[in-house]
Design a protein around this ligand. Structure first.
Ligand code: PA5
Length: 442
């Protein structure tokens, strides 16, 4: 099994696992029988089997064309429409990919914020380059990506004209509805579909994630194979060795004991965005009805020098979930130095991955000593295949964990509140009364 959830340092007992098992069975049944809250948004559940093979081939074709044509590929989206692809690309790319001579285009993200500086800087960087874009929005109406799309659509049209722009703009959106779908039909853009039954944060294995990941040069067949193998393994093991059950169980056991904050810990900085994706997945899925475990993340050893203190000795409402990779592709051996003025010769000849592992083990023991339960998720290696597994693992565990918590893990009603207020304050038609009220409160 390539994902193993180690609970030896999680400060829970075997009895607690045994006692919570019936709740896991109930939650899993609600998922597999599609009988729980949010049951219309379970398209991701068996997606590694049921995905549209023709669309997958179209994604492969488009990615080849994009890779051989443009210098800059701009992925426009926010939340579930960008975090997954950014997570996988960052995890697999060289840290300095955009500074290297690549075989394909440099990848940039836009529409994930409302920063004028960000968009202006990106615009200036790519305006004289050969540009293609993929705008991703399920609703097709989200403000942040809509603004970025308008800016880059204008750029592409002014550089290449309307006809050529059709070949440079790729749209991933709903099959039938939304402003983006309508616009794509009118302008003749190639479109990819976000199924009705897959929410944004569960969409990494759909065209939402696949096209950007493929354009970045990563093997999306391996990525899908990882998801499929993970799904088959989970489906074939209904006992407490099932990694999803273990993860969902430990989260709920700890939460019921007052641990209401979960820290995802990485020792590989390329996994920083993966933690951002995970934060959205769990925060948006479970944080409702006055419930939820607040998901935060740290990147060690960097953050041991900033947040290490509060984790070690602060309020004891936290637990950590550490992702550990067993194998690493690249390493740097620490050189021997005759003078040894820095006193580092005791680790000369060792690889930095070894030092990193000792940092992890030392921190684990210290934090457990400081009464912070640690869940350790062991993964074989960092590859497209294992990330495909890891994404599916977290999605499936999230569905189970959310049902155990007693919430609908597939809606996000709270996300709408700020949007309504923003529209009102910006003067959007239809929001006049709300605008009046808000202005009195500002
Ligand atoms: O998970 C979700 O549903 C959200 O994070 C959405 O992905 C995000 O709000 C972007 O929405 P859309 O894809 O409709 O632009």
């Amino acid at each position: 099994m390539s994902i193993y959830v180690d609970l030896t340092k999680a400060m829970i007992s075997e009895d607690e696992l045994v006692n919570i098992y019936p709740q896991i069975v109930t939650a899993e049944e609600a998922l597999s029988e599609r009988s729980g809250a949010g049951k219309d948004f379970l398209g991701w559940y068996d997606y590694p089997d049921t995905y549209d093979k023709e669309e997958f081939e179209a994604v492969m074709e488009a990615s080849k064309r994009i890779r051989s044509t443009c210098e800059a590929f701009i992925v426009i989206g926010i939340g579930g429409s960008y975090l997954g692809s950014k997570a996988v690309i960052d995890a697999l790319n060289s840290f300095f990919a955009n500074e290297k001579d690549l075989k394909g285009p440099k990848i940039y993200f836009a529409g994930q914020n409302i920063s004028g500086k960000y968009l202006n800087d990106l615009f200036e960087l790519v305006k004289d380059k050969d540009v293609m874009i993929n705008v991703i929005s399920k609703s097709g109406t989200t403000t942040e990506p809509a603004i970025a799309f308008r800016v880059f659509k204008n750029l592409i049209e002014s550089k290449y004209g309307k006809e050529e722009s059709q070949k440079r703009i790729f749209v991933t959106t709903d099959k039938e509805k939304g402003a983006l779908k309508k616009l794509s039909e009118e302008e003749g853009y190639q479109t990819f579909v976000i199924s009705n039954d897959v929410g944004g944060r569960y969409s990494v294995h759909t065209s939402v994630g696949l096209l950007p990941i493929a354009v970045a040069g990563h093997d999306i067949k391996d990525f899908m194979k990882g998801a499929k193998d993970q799904m088959d393994e989970i489906n074939g093991d209904r006992s407490m060795t099932n990694p999803c059950y273990r993860y969902a169980a430990v989260r709920n056991i700890l939460n019921r004991k007052g641990k209401d904050m979960e820290i995802m810990v990485n020792y590989e900085p390329e996994m920083q965005m993966f933690a951002e994706w995970w934060k959205q997945l769990y925060g948006e899925s479970e944080g409702k009805d006055g419930k939820g475990i607040f998901p935060v993340s740290v990147n060690n050893s960097t953050d041991l020098h900033s947040l290490g203190q509060i984790i070690q000795e602060g309020k004891r409402n936290i637990f950590e979930t550490v992702i550990v990779f067993d194998q690493h592709q690249n390493d740097m051996v620490i050189p021997y130095d005759e003078a040894d003025l820095d006193g580092l010769n005791y680790i000369s000849g060792k690889g930095m991955n070894y030092v990193n592992k000792m940092a992890f083990q030392g921190t684990l023991l210290a934090h457990v000593e400081g009464n912070v339960p640690n869940v350790v998720i062991n993964v074989n290696e960092l590859s497209a295949y294992s990330l495909g597994r890891l994404v599916y693992f977290f999605e499936r565990a999230c569905g189970i964990s959310g049902y155990m918590l007693g919430v609908n893990p597939f809606d996000q009603p709270g996300v709408e509140s700020y949007k309504k207020n923003m529209f009102a304050l910006l003067g959007k038609r239809g929001y006049e009364d709300l605008a009046e009220m808000l202005k009195k409160n500002l």
